[in-house]
Design a protein around this ligand. Structure first.
Ligand SMILES: [Zn+2]
Length: 343
């Protein structure tokens, strides 16, 4: 993206963002949509009430109340703290190590689970599977364009693996809730909580799985699907809950709280990530392909909700990686510089 990028004067959405329109003051249609905010606030209030009822109904029945998708980043660290301290949930944390987590992220993960007294399971998919998956996600059109307004293709593949691993664990151990640290902006307000419906979900993404099977191989099923045996023995699916959306803290509040747990900010990641060294590559590829940074929507939403200043958001996306600095990652993934430049 060049220096002349035109952005909304209130948020940071750029002129390349799908369906964007600016008024005479340079304010985008997303910032002017007041009905959206009213609906969103209603959804949050509704989710708060329903989640309280669900927790009352299911909490304290088994060894664990919830599986938490725990990346060691700032948002999931704060959410893990909320879950254990504010909601008194017995949490089993699950980390999927994609091979690109910052060494500091591992220190943060261990520090946090110890401080909160939480059990942790770590899964690391083989690089023999993961590297071709990342390469395919970066170079090919896998996901629909609407998904790509919220997240980069590579991040989406990685998160899909985490979601399935968490669901598998919840089903195997009969755990009623799955927690994740998404903010409003990363997910729509009607997804703050929902009952998992694997069969429906699986059918709807069959075209995506077929693309991935063709590019990466049938091993995709081992990481993106749940076995028929487990599905057949399942009586009830867990609820997915995003507690962070109910608490709705500012970034400064999140950082202040998690620092008390001993969390420190990794220096080897880009401005939009607090745990993953692959993110700079993901953002580069996404911006190259789509013309906008994959964090524009989320950060803009946080600005509108007064959770982040526009200046801080611009700072986060300003330090776009140079292709030369991505060389070690490209080599690790078996991608040539030319393949990236041609996107
Ligand atoms: Zn705007």
């Amino acid at each position: 993206m060049s220096k002349e990028t035109v952005r909304c004067t209130k948020c940071i959405l750029s002129s390349a963002f799908p369906r964007i329109q600016f008024d005479e003051k340079g304010v985008c249609n997303f910032c002017r949509n007041e009905i959206y905010f009213t609906t969103e606030n209603q959804s949050i209030a509704n989710a708060r009430e329903q989640i309280t009822n669900l927790l009352n109904e299911h909490q304290g029945k088994g060894q664990y109340d919830a599986v938490m998708c725990y990346s060691g980043g700032k948002d999931s660290t704060y959410t893990l703290m909320l879950a254990t301290r504010q909601y008194n949930l017995k949490v089993l944390a699950l980390t999927v190590d994609n091979g690109f987590l910052s060494p500091v992220a591992f220190e943060n993960i261990n520090q946090t689970v110890d401080a909160l007294g939480v059990d942790l399971i770590t899964i690391r998919p083989s690089s023999k599977f993961f590297s071709p998956l990342i390469k395919a996600s970066a170079l090919h059109d896998i996901y629909n364009p609407k998904t790509l307004t919220r997240i980069s293709s590579v991040c989406n593949s990685c998160i899909s693996i985490i979601n399935i691993a968490a669901l598998k664990l919840a089903l195997e151990k009969k755990i009623p809730f799955i927690l994740a640290g998404f903010t409003l902006g990363q997910i729509p307000a009607n997804s703050i909580f929902y009952k998992n419906n694997y069969t429906f979900f699986q059918e709807s993404r069959e075209p995506i799985l077929n693309k991935l099977r063709n590019l990466v191989g049938n091993e995709v099923d081992d990481y993106f699907c749940i076995s028929d045996d487990l599905i057949e023995s399942t009586e009830s699916y867990p609820y997915n809950i995003n507690l962070l959306c109910l608490d709705d803290p500012s970034e400064d509040e999140i950082l202040a709280e998690i620092k008390k747990l001993g969390w420190i900010s990794p220096k080897d990641v880009d401005g939009c990530s607090s745990n993953c060294r692959l993110n700079a590559f993901n953002n580069f590829v996404h911006t190259q392909k789509m013309g906008f940074n994959p964090y524009e929507l989320e950060l803009s939403h946080l600005i509108r909700r007064d959770k982040l200043s526009r200046e801080d958001a611009l700072r986060k996306i300003a330090a776009q990686a140079e292709i030369m600095s991505l060389k070690p990652i490209l080599e690790q993934l078996g991608i040539s510089q030319q393949e990236i430049e041609q996107l």
